[in-house]
Every structure is written in C-alpha cells, then in structure tokens.
Write a protein of this length. Structure first.
Length: 255
C-alpha cells in the first residue's frame, strides 16, 4: 500500500456536511453545521423546535442553498450546486411529514406513479408497466406491509398505512439515502413500533436519516443520535449518552 493511500478513508461518507450556514433575514437557521453519515448507516436527528432539522434536510435535497459550507453526497455530488430533481435522481429520497398519496388511486397504482416519476397521471397508468417493475412494486408492498391492501384505494388506508405507502413510493425509486421527517407523528403505538421495524429493515440496504421527537421510537431504532440546537450539532452518541448530557437536558429534554 502506498504512503498516500494509508490516510484515506476506506469509503467516502454517503453524506458529508461541513460548516453549513443558512441565514434567513439575519437569523441563523444553520450555524456552521457539520455532520457525517457513513454508507449503510441509520441516524436519528432530534432537537427542539426551530433547531434547524428541516432546514438541514432542505440543504441536503437542494431546496435551500447554504451561504457557507460544503455538502456532498457519496463524496462527489456537490449538493449546494444541484436542483432538487437532480439530487433526487442521484439517489436521495425525502419523505415529508404529511403523507401526500393519491387517495382515489389504488395502493398499487400509487407505486406505479411513483416509479414513473412526476409525469402525467393518466398516461402513466394507461401505459403498460414492465414485469420487472411489477416485481419491484410487489416486493416494496411486502416491505411496507401493504400487500393485503394492494388493490384498495389509498384513501381507505389508516394514517399510519398512508405513511408506509409514501415510504414505499420512495423505495420503488431505489434511493441510496432516505430522509424521513417525523414518520410516527399521529401514529398509534402499534404503528409506531411497526415503523421502527420497517426503517430497520429498509436500513439493511439503504442509508437512512430520520428526524423524530418521539423518544420511544428513537429508542426502538437503536442507532446513533445527533442532537441539533440553534443550527449546530449539540451532541452525538447513543440515545442513553445524549439523554444524560447536561446541555441536552437543559435545552431539550428537560423542558
Ligand atoms: N424560509 C424561512 N424564512 C425565515 N425563517 C425560516 C425559514 N425557514 C426556517 N426558518 C427559521 O429557521 C429556524 C429553523 O427552522 P427549522 O424548520 O429548520 O427547524 P426544525 O428543527 O425543523 O423545527 P421543527 O421541529 O419545529 O420542525 C426556525 O426559527 C425557523 O423559523
């Protein structure tokens, strides 16, 4: 091995944020934020309201341009220089908090539409889809526990099932990194537990970043936690480590 290669990490992080700052009218939503996600890692992001969690996801997905800092996907894609569609195609999927499924279409057709991407709904549904795509959809239906609901209108699903369908709509696009914003808000305890299982399963093949306030859920994920506060990383470690951190208790957990 050459002397040069000794110091190089074996693999680039899937996500590299360094010194990211975003200012809105003089207010620092992100303040020199730095964070690394290893390939295959799942990370939970917690922090009080206004800590910058959504703004961070906006930077990663190209929705918001930082004034300062470096943001890279898999070492080479500069996330500060591409638009949302390019970044999504490059392999970053984002699940927003509120489900936005097509209620009048079946669960299956929602996944067909998601594979096709943002095109005209009717031309997509009336064009034949390839057997390979049907196989992919059926595999995703199993993963998101909706096989039995395959031919039901999405509008009939429970709130939790709609969230899983929307996660499925991202999975059919085969993202390498999945960003998930407050997936269990409004879910029953059973749905919350099932969602933790679901994300752990997804994490076997993809990297995941999940923002969530529900500590029972975060504990069930059993992954490294990053605490954001005032636009920077306040603490990082296991949930037990960050929950016993004095600063974290002061600004977040002890409220
Ligand atoms: N477009 C914007 N214009 C002005 N201020 C903004 C804008 N977007 C976010 N902010 C402010 O930046 C700060 C960080 O907001 P952000 O939504 O990223 O926090 P968050 O951690 O996601 O909070 P929550 O847990 O409430 O979702 C907040 O004070 C917010 O009001």
């Amino acid at each position: 091995m050459s002397a040069v290669s000794v110091d190089r990490p074996a693999r680039d992080p899937i996500l590299y944020l360094d010194g990211i700052s975003v200012t809105f009218d003089g207010f620092k939503a992100l303040n020199a934020l730095s964070l690394l996600l290893e390939p295959g890692e799942m990370r939970a992001i917690i922090g009080p309201n206004g800590a910058g969690k959504t703004t961070m996801m906006d930077v990663i997905t190209g929705k918001t341009r930082p004034q300062k800092g470096t943001a890279r996907f898999k070492g080479n894609l500069d996330l500060t220089r591409h638009d949302e569609a390019t970044i999504a195609r490059a392999g970053i999927g984002r699940k927003f908090q509120k489900p936005t499924v097509f209620e009048n279409h079946t669960v299956f057709d929602n996944l067909v539409l998601a594979i096709a991407g943002p095109r005209d709904v009717f031309s997509t549904l009336f064009r034949s889809i390839k057997p390979r795509q049907i196989e992919r959809i059926d595999a995703v239906l199993e993963t998101v526990r909706l096989t039995a609901a395959r031919d039901r209108p999405a509008g009939d699903l429970s709130h939790g099932q709609k969230q899983w369908l929307e996660i499925g709509m991202l999975l059919v696009q085969e993202p390498e990194l999945l960003l998930v914003d407050e997936p269990v808000a409004g879910m029953t305890d059973l749905e919350t537990e099932a969602t933790a299982d679901l994300l752990r399963e997804i994490n076997k093949t993809r990297s995941v970043m999940v923002v969530e306030h529900d500590m029972t859920f975060v504990r069930a994920l059993n992954v490294k936690v990053t605490v954001l506060h005032e636009g920077s990383v306040l603490a990082e470690g296991s949930l037990d480590q960050v929950q016993s951190n004095e600063r974290v208790i002061e600004v977040y957990l002890g409220r």
